[in-house]
Design a protein around this ligand. Structure first.
Ligand code: HEM
Length: 222
């Protein structure tokens, strides 16, 4: 049980929606990378084999999790702008302040403390913004690929837009290649993201990884 003299202070930083969507998105990205690479190189079916079910199931999983990612990308953008807590939005103040950038970069080099207006430092905020744009682009290229195969329902509805984008990108092959390149951006991001989450928890004596599970941050009392 926490006592009055405990040196650490507990603070709720992430609400349930943000935590649930974080892990759902992590699961979707993991499944999409694995199934996407299989679609690109379907090694389990020999070329002369007419049994295409393996590929079919894997493509189905890719599309299901693809639509999960599309939904999360929309909901997450909504939560950022209109969520009850402004702890994420407040970080934008630091992005616009040169002083905050210098403070963060110095603190990463073990010089001084990291003082933030919100929950993210400026470099972290800009990185998350960039990966959100990449998520949007991979969703758009994924939907363009989808619309080229499924001509009814949603596929038919977005076909005019998908055809326009396909022409703009120089054909379906470049759309596929961009979808593939963007996959690598996610792989590189995930490695750096996990490393930085663990590192910053140790460097700044916060429980950064736990907070996206429990919602709570623990830090020394000021
Ligand atoms: C992190 C997210 C995603 C990753 C890592 C990913 C990865 C991939 C990869 C590597 C391929 C194979 C490309 C190639 O042939 O070289 C692919 C194909 C495809 N992806 Fe995604 N994808 C993602 C999201 C989405 C989304 C959101 C959708 C749409 C709902 C989608 C729909 C498709 C479709 C329709 C194909 C083509 C399947 C086929 O040609 O049979 N993907 N994806």
């Amino acid at each position: 049980m926490a006592t009055q003299s405990a040196p650490y202070q507990r603070e709720l930083i992430f609400g349930a929606a943000i935590r649930i969507f974080h892990w759902l998105r992590a699961l979707a990205i993991f499944v999409l990378i694995v199934t996407g690479f299989y679609i690109a190189w379907p090694f389990l079916v020999a070329p002369e084999n007419s049994d295409v079910l393996v590929q079919g199931y894997i493509r189905a999983a890719h599309q299901i999790f693809g639509f999960v990612l599309v939904a999360i990308t929309i909901v997450r953008a909504y939560l950022f702008f209109f969520g009850k807590s402004d702890i994420e939005r407040r970080s934008f103040k630091d992005v616009m302040s040169v002083k905050s950038w210098i403070t963060q970069l110095k603190s990463y080099l073990w010089m001084g403390h990291l003082d933030k207006a919100g929950v993210y430092g400026p470099l972290q905020f800009v990185t998350y913004l960039a990966i959100s744009v990449v998520a949007l682009l991979i969703c758009i290229t994924g939907l363009v690929l989808y619309a080229n195969v499924y001509h009814e329902g949603l596929g038919g509805l977005i076909a005019p837009m998908a055809n326009w984008l396909t022409a703009l990108m120089g054909g379906l092959a470049p759309v596929r290649i961009w979808h593939h390149y963007l996959t690598w951006v996610f792989i590189i991001f995930v490695v750096i993201h996990v490393y930085m989450a663990v590192w910053s928890g140790i460097r700044f004596k916060h429980n950064s990884v736990d907070s996206i599970v429990s919602g709570y941050d623990y830090h020394k009392k000021k």
